[in-house]
Design a protein around this ligand. Structure first.
Ligand code: GP9
Length: 425
């Protein structure tokens, strides 16, 4: 069911068109290498444990030739990792019923890889698990991937946790990249930092001997540190193969690794971060666009989420998509950030530039919690009503479009047109 008043409210907000978008075409025609980093949360960035940086490689990337989105949030639904892919590439919310790659298996899409293909890009995806996991092998073609290199097409020379090690995945991918017609869009879904974060001692690069030694937090940080190291090795391989200078490397976390509802994880993180471990930290993931030799160095602190990936990347790649063709927003060209989430949390919850609003599990607005993101102080719930309506409006509109296979109609005629059809019914 679609509440028209709520959806109408959304429309005013999506129309933020500017004549001269900031960053437009900055990376036009470069190869795009996207690494969707399993379970990588933002708190690990520039964070030490016992005097050792957890993510020295990512920290170094952020410091030079990069745009770092530091208030970026995951928006996955039942499809976890696969929903992170779906939301990022398509700019719509995930299904509220089941995992999106199943719910929208028969749909037609116009998304980032597809628009790049129209530009002459070749497209490829790599994942060190079975192709059937999350229905990827059935849907990747419609998601714009010409080629999908899953575990079946790789040497199983090093398995860690639930699949091929990140080291092996990156290493084996190089020969495929070298054979691709350029420019290419290549998408990596990493795996080694997947729960339960188990690794042999020789793969553990951090020395943790204090209070977190042997805990779930240590296990988590060891796998994230491992991934960070493998990204560093991968970048070296790209340099050796002459694939670095003319590419961009985009890295973002898919979803949380440590669930605040798990008592052990919550206690450990609250102690480690010296503050209560709550939704805003749990849902926050890093997003880095590394642009070699660009001289760009920027931290974007506007609140955004995975739904904004497609329009933000499209702008940087010089693809003109109109602001009302997707629900996501170009984070380099908006003033007010807004992130709604509808699964793993009650629908209507949101995070904006300065506050977090979490609707109570009974769905009653008055029982909800809201706090200032910087001070932690309680926020008057009435100040959240507009954002709550907007969150519901966006999610309902997104679901209506996807359930009725209207993405190409939206692309051609815009979101306003969808509303006009709904009115006529
Ligand atoms: C497996 C991997 C699983 O293919 O994507 O990740 P999950 O969704 O369980 O985090």
């Amino acid at each position: 069911s679609l509440d028209i008043d709520r959806v109408e409210a959304v429309m005013d907000i999506v129309n933020y068109e500017t004549d001269n978008p900031r960053g437009f075409g900055l990376v036009k025609n470069r190869n795009v290498i996207v690494i969707q980093a399993e379970s990588t949360q933002n708190f690990v960035i520039n964070q030490e444990i016992e005097g050792q940086m957890i993510t020295p490689v990512l920290n170094q990337l952020i410091n030079k030739d990069s745009i770092y989105f530091s208030r970026y949030y995951e928006q996955v639904g039942w499809g976890n990792t696969s929903d992170a892919e779906f939301v990022s590439h398509n700019g719509f919310y995930p299904s509220t019923g089941t995992f999106s790659y199943k719910a929208f298996e028969e749909n037609d899409f116009i998304n980032l890889p597809i628009l790049l293909k129209e530009r002459g890009y070749s497209t490829i995806a790599f994942h060190g698990n079975h192709g059937s996991f999350w229905n990827r092998d059935n849907i990747y073609n419609a998601q714009g991937f010409d080629t999908f290199i899953s575990l079946e097409k790789l040497e199983e020379d090093e398995l860690i946790g639930i699949g091929l090690s990140d080291a092996s995945l990156f290493r084996q991918s190089i020969k495929h990249l070298k054979n691709l017609k350029q420019p290419f869009y290549s998408f990596y879904v990493t795996l080694t930092s997947h729960h339960p974060f188990t690794m042999e001692d020789h793969d553990k690069g951090l020395t943790i001997e204090g209070e977190y030694s042997g805990t779930l937090l240590e296990d988590y940080l060891q796998t994230v540190h491992y991934l960070d190291q493998q990204i560093g090795n991968f970048i070296e391989m790209l340099k050796q193969e002459g694939l670095y200078d003319n590419s961009i490397i985009v890295i973002y976390g898919d979803h949380e690794g440590l669930d605040m509802r798990n008592e052990e994880a919550n206690d450990l993180l609250s102690s480690f971060l010296a503050k209560p471990y709550e939704e805003d930290e749990m849902f926050r993931v890093p997003m880095i666009v590394h642009i070699p030799n660009s001289g760009v160095k920027e931290e974007v602190t506007i609140a955004g989420g995975q739904i904004d990936f497609f329009p933000t990347m499209a702008n940087l790649l010089g693809l003109s998509i109109k602001t009302d063709q997707v629900l996501g927003k170009d984070l380099l060209n908006i003033k007010e950030g807004f992130v709604a989430k509808q699964v793993h949390i009650a629908k209507g919850s949101f995070i904006d530039n300065d506050k977090v609003f979490i609707i109570s599990s009974d769905g009653v607005f008055e029982n909800s919690r809201a706090w200032n993101i910087y001070t932690g102080e309680a926020v008057d719930l009435e100040e959240c009503r507009e954002g709550y309506e907007r969150a519901l409006g966006e999610i309902n509109l997104s679901e209506y479009i996807l359930e009725n296979n209207l993405v190409s109609v939206v692309k051609e005629k815009g979101l306003e047109y969808i509303l006009s059809i709904i009115y006529k019914r």
